[in-house]
Design a protein around this ligand. Sequence first.
Ligand code: G4P
Ligand code: NA
Ligand code: NA
Length: 190
Amino acid sequence: MELLKQKIRSEGIVLSERVLKVDAFLNHQIDPRLMQQIGQEFARRFRDAGVTKIVTLEASGIAPAVMTGLELGVPVIFARKHQSLTMTDNLLTASVYSFTKQVESTIAIAANHLSATDRVLVIDDFLANGKAAKGLLSIIVQAGATVVGLGIVIEKSFQSGRRELEETGLRIESLARIASLENGQVQFLE
Ligand code: G4P
Ligand code: NA
Ligand code: NA
């Protein structure tokens, strides 16, 4: 997605060989027009997949997921990372290890929002090692629902997430694929 790549080139900050900061439009400040176009692009790519629900993870997955849900006309569920006062019954959970933070955490979705007839598109902002995505997939499988694909805004192709997830037969659509962040430069894959 050319507009997204332009945005990454102009407003992304390479923090290290492994980390790209995009607080200007995705992880802190959000560019609504860009998110709308991201939603339209995911919708175009998954229009044929019979999606009935979108699942993402708070916080940064929510904006692109909602825009995609708007385009496809389906509800969006965000998995929670922290315990909720009101959301206590019948939780489906998964344990997720974060490489960047080096901590294990639990993510949760209330079981009543997913059913065995659902065809779920998973959306997230970043794909690095794929631990968050695997946690979301585990929850969807626990619900007996079908995962139709994974939509990623920014994929770091030099990390293992895409390869590991593709090995399970999952369809992955990433709107920007980063081959390298070496020498302070963003190199895209194609
Ligand atoms: P993994 O899920 O792919 O295994 O990655 P990891 O545990 O390393 O990621 C932890 C958090 O860091 C996630 O956000 C993930 O989206 C984000 N992340 C990973 N690599 C990058 C990067 O290069 N740049 C940026 N900006 N983020 C990255 P989170 O903690 O869940 O935060 P949020 O959703 O509340 O923003
Ligand atoms: Na994030
Ligand atoms: Na995320």
